[in-house]
Write a protein that binds this ligand. Structure first.
Ligand SMILES: [Zn+2]
Length: 108
């Protein structure tokens, strides 16, 4: 297998992993709102705060004494810019096909 084939396989595996995580988070979000409706911005604030908490948790596994061996080094300032860019892009993105059949009837 060539370097480029391996790179492409890794990128595809990452995209599949991201898609699975997005789906799990989306289902959990709508499921929670089904059980306890919240004003839309209150729900989204909770989701955004959770992403921040997840960042802090996973960064703590990669700090000066990493407990994970993947080699990632948290760069909070740069990482925040990257996450903000993802958030901004998602706000204006057209819904992707697999998200199109998510429950739009959620009482957000
Ligand atoms: Zn790691």
């Amino acid at each position: 297998m060539t370097f480029h084939q391996r790179e492409r396989q890794m990128a595809e595996a990452e995209a599949r992993g991201q898609a699975a995580l997005e789906q799990a988070l989306t289902l959990a979000f709508w499921d929670a709102l089904e059980r306890g409706p919240l004003p839309p911005m209150a729900a989204l604030e909770a989701a955004a705060r959770t992403v921040g908490t997840l960042y802090r948790q996973i960064a703590s596994l990669h700090g000066p004494a990493p407990r994970c061996g993947c080699g990632w080094q948290p760069e909070p300032d740069e990482d925040l810019i990257r996450l903000e860019a993802m958030l901004a892009a998602a706000l204006i993105e057209r819904p992707r096909p697999r998200l199109a059949d998510m429950p739009v009837a959620g009482r957000a």
